[in-house]
Ligand binder design. Structure first.
Ligand code: ATP
Ligand code: MG
Length: 580
């Protein structure tokens, strides 16, 4: 066990919620409403809240996006410029015959046009879906079919490589906008089209329940689902950014997620802009020195990242961080996968701040459970439910749900009713309906609440291992494994066994300087046995160069398992790394 981290400096100082436990008791949604502006007649539009109202309130000159191009190229976009560019973009959509509610897809890297397209689409009252630019042609095509894409914004290279061949087979697709001043036949050059449009646009009078975004889930457990989110979600993006990420006007904020993953949209576009921060957008992929120097040079104050990246930094060691000045950092948060306790302790040592874990899903649209600034951090715990969020641990029974008590492991459930909750899975109403039982939303994750109200992640319901009468969550085993100095990452599965039911098998990647071999395997198994006891320690350890992961950086245990058992691989459209 790692000890709790009470923050001596930077924790409570400047915290937006000095007393989170008290705030949980007194919270009402009016707090969130007061953070917004609204449009006349009860209308609400995310783009207005994120961009235009700041300009109207005199903050047009503040930098909204500081874009760091791959090749040392920096470019600042102020709120006023963002308002203007999104207006031009909205005009382009209207000019090309698109209508309210139509679906607009984006396929490009983290370039300014992506952010303009997202907010411009919302401004026009259309529905936005971002895709990872690294997706292959098939995942792009199926998602565009499911979402009935009317328009696509992309680059010429991506268009030629991934779209051109089948473009005519998507009957809904009317308009393809190509970033830049030139476009292949049948497409429109975005820069020219925008230049020809006026720089103002009357923001669509959307209603709070009008669809705004369709976000596909990561596909960790199976076929990705298209979660539909509405404009009202902005209420939750406003308040959760403030409380869970400590975003205040002028904060220098860096979310490392790509908008192809929900984190990169909710907290990489909407929440930060609604809270009027200056956000850093880095076009490049993870690169240790680049990341460290970005924090130092840009004086990043709030940093939102994910366990997969944190483990890469840990793998490079403390020495790699030494030359840099991290004194600007005041709050660090992580999401996407369980954050190993080792990572929290490591970051506290190296950055002088712990990473604050938080838990949520594409479906929930926003952070549900979090370690807040003014709250003791218990390494390995996801934290406590956000103000306004009621969570519970439940068990499915034949007659409905049974609520479990502190210390019991069950499914993590939430009481529906917060603004950023999905409104359906696109074209999969039955799958959506199945998520709700007895007035609870069931997350599909297993967790435990301790007597102080902290929630501890156990595993995804599908990943749970039953070994010799024990229920084992892979996270516990993986966390123990990465405490060993040789282990960088671990993915753990259960393999059928006649006597034990299932035995535990671990796939691990190693830190630099360690060589795979029988001796090391024995040593790591010995370490795990000491930490976990013989029943829960892995029976076998396999060394790999990488673990299979989704594009959002999640270990795909189901794929490790399918391969182990020689079963079909299922939907692997979001698979990123994969090398044995
Ligand atoms: P799919 O639903 O398609 O299988 P996915 O669940 O990975 O994919 P996301 O919505 O991106 O898609 O991820 C949400 C899931 O990520 C959560 O249900 C949980 O399993 C995991 N997760 C997110 N944050 C945390 C966290 N802090 N600790 C543990 N698990 C987390
Ligand atoms: Mg999921």
């Amino acid at each position: 066990m790692f000890g709790a981290i009470r923050k001596e400096s930077g924790g409570t100082r400047g915290a937006s919620l000095p007393n989170p436990d008290e705030a949980r008791k007194t919270f009402t949604w009016e707090v969130a409403e007061q953070m917004l502006d609204g449009l006349p007649g009860g209308h609400l539009n995310i783009a207005h809240e994120a961009v235009d109202r700041h300009v109207a309130q005199g903050h047009g000159d503040q930098v909204a996006i500081r874009w760091l191009g791959k090749s040392e190229h920096h470019h600042d976009i102020t709120y006023a410029e963002l308002a203007e560019r999104t207006a031009r973009f909205a005009n382009v959509l209207m000019e090309n015959g698109l209508e309210r509610g139509d679906s607009v897809f984006a396929l490009m890297g983290r370039v300014p046009d992506l952010y303009v397209a997202a907010l411009g689409t919302l401004k026009a009252g259309l529905v936005f879906t971002p895709l990872f630019s690294a997706f292959g042609p098939e995942p792009i095509r199926t998602r565009m079919e499911i979402g009935a894409a009317k328009a696509l914004v992309t680059t010429e290279t991506l268009y030629r490589r991934k779209i051109a061949k089948w473009r005519d087979e998507i009957p809904s697709l009317k308009l393809v906008l190509i970033v830049g001043e030139e476009a292949p036949e049948g497409c429109v050059a975005l820069d020219l089209a925008m230049a020809a449009e006026p720089p103002d646009f009357e923001i669509a009078r959307t209603l709070p329940e009008d669809p705004a975004l369709i976000h596909f889930t990561s596909g960790t457990t199976g076929r990705p689902k298209g979660a539909v989110h509405v404009h009202k979600a902005v209420l939750y993006h406003a308040v959760s950014g403030r409380y869970a990420l400590e975003l205040t006007p002028g904060t220098i904020y860096w979310c490392t997620a790509d908008p192809g993953w929900v984190t990169g949209t909710s907290y990489g576009i909407i929440s930060p802009l609604v809270n009027r921060v200056t956000m850093i957008v880095d076009e490049a992929e993870f690169d240790l020195d680049r990341w460290y120097s970005t924090i130092q040079r840009e004086k990043v104050e709030v940093w939102y990242s994910a366990p997969t990246a944190i483990r890469m930094m840990m793998r490079a060691g403390d020495a790699a961080a030494k030359p840099y000045d991290f004194s600007s950092l005041r709050f660090l948060a992580s999401v996407g996968e369980p954050l190993n306790p080792e990572a929290v302790v490591w970051s506290n040592r190296v950055f002088g701040r712990p990473f604050h874990d938080n838990w949520w899903q594409t479906e929930t649209g926003g952070i549900m459970i979090a370690n807040l600034a003014a709250q003791e951090v218990r390494p390995g715990s996801m934290g406590k439910p956000m103000p306004g969020i009621e969570a519970g641990i439940v068990e499915r029974t034949e007659t409905g749900l049974k609520e479990l008590g502190d210390g019991e492991i069950g499914e993590l459930a939430l009481r529906p009713g917060w603004p950023s909750m999905m409104r359906t899975y696109l074209h999969e109403q039955a799958r959506y309906d199945k998520c709700f039982v007895d007035g609870w939303y069931l997350s599909g994750d297993l967790a435990m609440r301790d007597k102080d109200g902290y929630y501890w992640f156990v595993g995804r319901a599908d990943d749970l291992i039953k070994s010799s009468g024990h229920l084992v969550g892979p996270f516990e085993v993986e966390s123990a494994l990465i405490e060993h100095e040789a282990v960088a990452e671990a993915g753990v599965i259960g393999v059928p066994d006649e006597t034990a039911g299932e035995v535990i098998k671990a796939y691990v990647t190693l830190n630099p300087g360690f060589t795979p071999g029988e001796e090391l395997e024995r040593e790591i198994r010995g370490h795990a046995r000491k930490k976990l006891g013989p029943a829960v320690a892995p029976r076998e350890i396999v060394f790999r160069n990488t673990l299979p992961k989704t594009r959002s950086g999640k270990i795909m245990r189901r794929l490790l398992k399918a391969r182990e058992l020689g079963l079909p691989e299922g939907d692997i459209s979001t698979l990123e790394t994969d090398e044995t």
